[in-house]
Design a protein around this ligand. Structure first.
Ligand code: HAM
Length: 415
C-alpha cells in the first residue's frame, strides 16, 4: 500500500534544493552584516505560549494550530510561527541581561490552513527578531535589511508600511471601528461578520470584492494615532527615506497576529498570485512582558521560504547541482576496487566524484556519467591498476589524455 505525504506538507526534492540553500546562505551572510545571530528553538512548545503570545482570538491560534495532548499530561502545539518560541527562549535564558539582542531563525512552521498555491500546512520561515530597542531607526534598519536581502536575490517586492497603534490609541479606535462595522453588518461577508466582535481589525484585511466599499470608508487608525505612535511612524519613514528604501503607507495593512504595536509591514510580490505576502512583521513592544519577561521592546519579521522559492523559480534563478568532476567507469572487479579507493582519495582532496558499484556494461556507465553531469570519466580495469596509468576523458570535448592514477587529483585541479 502506498502511503502519501500529508496534505499541505511538501517535499523539496534534490533538483530544487539549491534555491533553498541559496535563500538560507544569503540570509546568513546578510543577517550577519546587520549583527543578527542564529537561534534554534523546538518545533513544539506549550500550546499556552501561542494562546498568550499570538492571541486567542487570532485564526492562527483559534482555528489553525495543531494541538495535541502529550500522553494525557500537557497540551502541546506544533509552532504556527517563530516569534513566540524565540521570545520564550530569550526570557528563559535571561538573554535580556546582556542588553539589546538581534536573533534570527530558520525552520518549519505548522498551520492547519486550507491548502492552496502558496499556502501550506507545513511551511518554512526565515525570521529576525531584535530585542531591547524601542527607537524607530531600528525598525528602519530591519526593514532595510529585508529589502537588502531581497535585492541580493534579485527579488522585487513591494513594501507596505502601517502603524497599528498602541495601548493608548488603539482601544478607542477599535470601539469606533466596531460600531461602524456593526452598523454596516448587512453589507459585509459572513467572515467579516464573524470577526467584528472577535477581531475587528482583521475585518480590514478582507479581500472579498463586495466588502471593499464598506472597508474603504471605514475609520482609519492612521488618522487616530496618539502622539507617540505618530512620531514613531514619521521617524521610521525618515529612516527608510535616508536608506533609500521605497515604501507605500497602507492604512488597511493589519497583521494576523495580536502582538503587534506601532510598526507593521509586509513585502508583497505580483509573482505570487492571491497569497502575495512573501514576508511580514512588525513591532511587539509588550510581548516579552506578556510572556513573563521584563519589559523589553522588540521588532521582527518572517519570510515564507516556499513563496520566496516560487519567486526565484519564476525569475528563472536556476537550481544548480554540484556535478562530479570525474566518474569512474570500471571494466572488471579489480578496476571496481581501485575506483572505490581512488574515489575515496579524491573526496579527501575535496574533489567530487562518483562511480557505480554495480559495474556492468561500460557503455551504460558512460551514459550514467553523462546523466549525473560528470565533467570527466576515467576507465579503470586490471590493466590500469597494474600500470598505474589511465586515460582522463573530457566528456564535453571527448578529448582524452593520459594520466598517472597517483596524480589524478592534481590533473583534475589543473585541467
Ligand atoms: P506571518 O505574516 O504570519 O508572520 O508569516 C510570515 C510569512 O510566512 C508570510 O508573509 C508568508 O510568506 C509565510 N507564511 C505564512 N503562512 C504560510 C502558509 N500557510 N504557507 C506558506 N507560507 C506561509 C509571522 O509568522 C510572524 N511571526 C512574523 C514576525 C516575526 N513578526 C515579528 N517577528
Amino acid at each position: 500500500m502506498k502511503i502519501p505525504g500529508v496534505k499541505g506538507m511538501n517535499d523539496v526534492l534534490p533538483a530544487d534544493i539549491s534555491r533553498w540553500h541559496e535563500m538560507e546562505s544569503v540570509a546568513r551572510d546578510v543577517f550577519a552584516l546587520y549583527g543578527y545571530r542564529e537561534v534554534r528553538t523546538p518545533a513544539v512548545e506549550h500550546a499556552q505560549l501561542f494562546a498568550r503570545g499570538v492571541g486567542e482570538a487570532t485564526d492562527i491560534v483559534n482555528k489553525e494550530m495543531y494541538v495535541f495532548e502529550d500522553k494525557g499530561e500537557e497540551l502541546l502545539a506544533l509552532r504556527p510561527e517563530g516569534t513566540a518560541g524565540v521570545v520564550r527562549a530569550f526570557i528563559e535564558h535571561g538573554a535580556y541581561v546582556e542588553g539589546p539582542q538581534k536573533w534570527f531563525y530558520v525552520g518549519p512552521m505548522f498551520r492547519r490552513e486550507r491548502p492552496q498555491k502558496g499556502r501550506y500546512r507545513q511551511f518554512h520561515q526565515i525570521g529576525c527578531e531584535a530585542f531591547g530597542i524601542a527607537e524607530p531607526f531600528l525598525d528602519a534598519e530591519q526593514i532595510a535589511l529585508l529589502a537588502d536581502y531581497f535585492g541580493r536575490l534579485g527579488v522585487r517586492a513591494e513594501l507596505k508600511l502601517n502603524s497599528v497603534g498602541d495601548q493608548n490609541c488603539r482601544p478607542a479606535y477599535l470601539a469606533d471601528l466596531k460600531a461602524y462595522l456593526t452598523g454596516r453588518k448587512a453589507e459585509l461577508c459572513p467572515d467579516c461578520n464573524d470577526r467584528i466582535e472577535r477581531n475587528p481589525l482583521r475585518v480590514l484585511d478582507c479581500k472579498v470584492e463586495s466588502c471593499q466599499p464598506v472597508l474603504n470608508a471605514a475609520p482609519r487608525l492612521l488618522d487616530r494615532l496618539c502622539e507617540g505612535c505618530r512620531t514613531h511612524l514619521d521617524q521610521v519613514k525618515a529612516g527608510l527615506d535616508a536608506l533609500g528604501v521605497a515604501y507605500r503607507v497602507d492604512p488597511r495593512l493589519v497583521r494576523g497576529l495580536d502582538y503587534y504595536v506601532r510598526t507593521a509591514y509586509e513585502f508583497t510580490s505580483d509573482a505570487l498570485g492571491s497569497q502575495s505576502a512573501v514576508a511580514g512583521g512588525g513591532r511587539y513592544d509588550r510581548l516579552v512582558e506578556t510572556l513573563g519577561g521584563p519589559p523589553t521592546p522588540g521588532i521582527g519579521f518572517a519570510l515564507g521560504q516556499e513563496r520566496l522559492a516560487m519567486i526565484l523559480e519564476k525569475n528563472g534563478r536556476a537550481a544548480t547541482v554540484r556535478a562530479p568532476e570525474v566518474f569512474f567507469v570500471t571494466a572488471d572487479a579489480e578496476g571496481a576496487l581501485e575506483a572505490l579507493r581512488r574515489a575515496a582519495e579524491l573526496r579527501q582532496a575535496g574533489i567530487a566524484c562518483d562511480l557505480d558499484p554495480r559495474g556492468g556494461k561500460m557503455r551504460a556507465q558512460f551514459k550514467q556519467a553523462e546523466r549525473v553531469g560528470a565533467r570527466h570519466a576515467v576507465v579503470l580495469g586490471g590493466n590500469e591498476v597494474r600500470t598505474g596509468q589511465a586515460k582522463l576523458k573530457d566528456l564535453q570535448t571527448r578529448e582524452e589524455k593520459p594520466v598517472a592514477l597517483a596524480e589524478l587529483a592534481s590533473a583534475l585541479r589543473r585541467p
